[in-house]
Design a protein around this ligand. Structure first.
Ligand code: HEC
Ligand code: HEC
Length: 533
């Protein structure tokens, strides 16, 4: 097998050398403009992937995917097919392929959560039997984030059984005629659902990339710590490359500054690496088509499950309220409120039962002092500043009626050796019930509430095993940190420190306690951590 591949490789090299030579003749000017990524593909990939016509390579040019998708394929070219690449060559190839064979914004949307590595998000539901056929080893997001011709989908399926011939006998594939369905039905179906050629990509492909340089207003939320706000200065350092500086604060005043270097793939996919609040982070953000907004999630490099939401908008433009921090005010209190927004001038009114004075104008919005009357009617408030208003960014409440612990179902994983544990971050979202005009009550969302956290066994078996004692510890910021992996001599049968638990949040107010809970399964290590699960 190895010999066969190398003879194909040798022939491939010859063909490409000839084609390259022919191209070189009389094309000196053009050759000088060959993008680095394309030149690297000719050097490192074309020996196996024939350049059928200029810039069009066997297999490589028959599919489109995200930068993460390209990185995973190239990882396999190294790991399985012995390709040797410098980090620079690899980066150039990923950038080039993401630009000429990427996904349009609309094509990325459904699978974005996977790129942002949002923890505990249930996988997407694909039509028919696709989840059963293709979603048992990895997420179907991995599939949704690719586009291929039917013939290429078939080759991918062939590659799966070539690489894992036992595929049909494991992962529950014995309950279905896996190979028959996969080879006969799925290529056409996948080619229809996720086609190589699409109107969205045609429209996006040749659009000039908007520059993201400039001053930005930022707001977001870190589960476990709360909302933050501030400004970003983004400088363009090269084509599709940026350096960013962040001046941010949490609502409690803690500084949350940072800086990052980023590549923007396909004109809109921001992938940054830097620091935030002194910790090393990756940023997976997406710019809007007009380059006026950036949204996404940042996360710790060592713990992708720990991170926060990120939203940025240009600092100049039409007046707009983007966020109110905190998003809920209890009746009978006076507090500092930050209205994050742009061009906020004029009279400030937060609605019935509130009294507001403007304490400061800042580049990211206004700092207010707000008093809420003890008898103020609970419900959402319209925030009016000069000529702009928003309707669902601020609520007033008398008490918390209900707590919803998020995520409702979480998976944490033990650490082991050099492998970091997978933590689980919880937050307790409060709601107050408000009587509507029609006699029905509606739930008004108040945002994350201060609570005390505890764990209890999920059932009698978990109680008998002592899961709540062994599986890990839940901090008062809602962060569950699992114990170490491996046999624990203190447990029956020296069991691993896995566990099945309820996480309980308790909020105390004048009216007594409100409780919310979520399920937490603490399970074994995840040894393989690709960019798209
Ligand atoms: C030594 C030979 C060899 C080299 C060099 C090589 N590949 Fe491959 N490539 C393969 C083989 C064999 C397959 C089919 C099996 C597979 O998908 O792993 C493949 C498949 C692919 C596919 C299709 C994968 C899919 O998802 O179906 C892409 C895309 C690809 N290669 C890209 C590249 C790029 C980019 C490079 C250069 C960085 C490269 N290859 C270099 C041997 C090679
Ligand atoms: C037996 C487990 C298993 C099943 C079932 C499975 N996959 Fe995979 N798939 C994998 C593994 C493992 C990889 C990672 C291969 C690598 O890059 O090393 C992968 C990779 C992929 C990739 C990324 C490949 C690339 O280079 O871009 C896609 C897309 C994909 N699978 C689609 C599918 C589809 C479609 C199906 C259903 C027909 C399917 N998978 C069923 C295990 C599986």
């Amino acid at each position: 097998m190895a010999r066969k591949v190398s003879s194909i490789m040798a022939r491939g090299t010859l063909v490409v050398a000839l084609a390259g030579g022919a191209l070189g003749i009389g094309r000196g000017a053009l050759a000088a403009q060959v993008p680095t990524g394309l030149a690297e593909i000719r050097t490192h990939c074309a020996e196996c992937h024939r350049e059928v016509s200029p810039g069009h390579f066997d297999r490589i040019s028959e599919e489109r995917k995200t930068p993460e998708g390209w990185a995973m394929t190239i990882f396999r070219m190294r790991q399985v097919h012995g390709v040797q690449l410098t980090p620079q060559a690899e980066a150039a190839i990923i950038q080039y392929l993401s630009d000429v064979q990427g996904l349009a914004p609309a094509e990325v949307r459904a699978g974005r959560y996977a790129l942002e590595r949002r923890p505990n998000v249930p996988d997407l539901k694909l039509p028919d039997n696709l989840n059963v056929m293709c979603g048992r080893c990895h997420s179907v997001a991995r599939i949704v984030l690719q586009r291929r011709t039917p013939a290429e989908w078939l080759k991918l399926i062939n590659f799966h059984v070539g690489e894992w011939p036992y595929l049909e006998y494991q992962d529950g594939s014995r309950d279905i005629a896996w190979w028959r369905i996969a080879s006969k039905q799925l290529p056409a179906k996948l080619g229809r659902l996720f086609p190589l050629r699409s109107a969205a990509w045609r429209a996006w492909q040749h659009r000039p990339h908007a520059s993201l340089a400039g001053q930005w207003i930022v707001h977001g939320e870190t589960p476990g710590h709360g909302a933050y706000y501030g400004t970003a200065l983004i400088r363009r350092t090269a084509a599709d490359r940026y350096g960013a500086h962040y001046q941010l604060r949490y609502a409690d005043g803690a500084r949350f500054d940072g800086a990052s270097d980023a590549i923007v793939y396909t004109g809109f996919q921001w992938r940054g690496t830097g620091t935030l609040g002194g910790q090393s982070v990756h940023e997976v953000y997406f710019a809007s088509a007009d380059g006026a907004r950036i949204r996404g999630r940042w996360f710790l490099i060592k713990h992708a499950e720990i991170g926060g939401n990120w939203a940025a908008a240009r600092a100049t433009g039409r007046a707009e309220v983007m966020a109110v921090i905190p998003s809920a005010l209890r009746a009978g209190t006076t507090q500092r409120v930050v209205v994050v927004g742009r061009a906020l001038v004029g009279r400030v009114n937060l609605g019935p039962g509130t009294q507001t004075t403007v304490a400061a104008h800042k580049p990211y919005g206004l700092i207010l002092k707000v008093s809420v009357a003890a008898q103020a009617t609970p419900g959402y408030r319209t925030v009016r500043i000069g000529g702009v208003s928003t309707h669902d960014l601020l609520a007033v409440y008398q008490h918390v009626d209900r707590l919803q612990v998020q995520p409702a179902f979480a998976i944490a994983r033990l650490g082991g050796g050099t492998l970091a544990a997978v933590d689980a971050q919880f937050q307790a979202i409060g709601y107050t019930e408000v009587a509507g005009a029609n006699g029905k009550t509606t739930a008004v969302r108040l945002g994350a509430m201060p609570v005390t956290w505890s764990v209890v066994p999920f059932d009698a078996a978990a109680a008998q095993r002592g899961d709540a004692r062994f599986a890990g510890t839940l901090g008062q910021d809602g962060l569950f940190v699992p114990s170490g992996g491996g046999p624990d001599p203190r447990r029956e049968f020296s069991d691993n420190n896995t566990g099945d638990l309820f996480v309980v949040a308790t909020h105390k107010s004048g009216r007594g306690s409100v409780v919310g809970k979520a399920r937490l399964v603490v399970t074994v290590q995840r040894w393989i951590n690709p960019p798209i699960y």
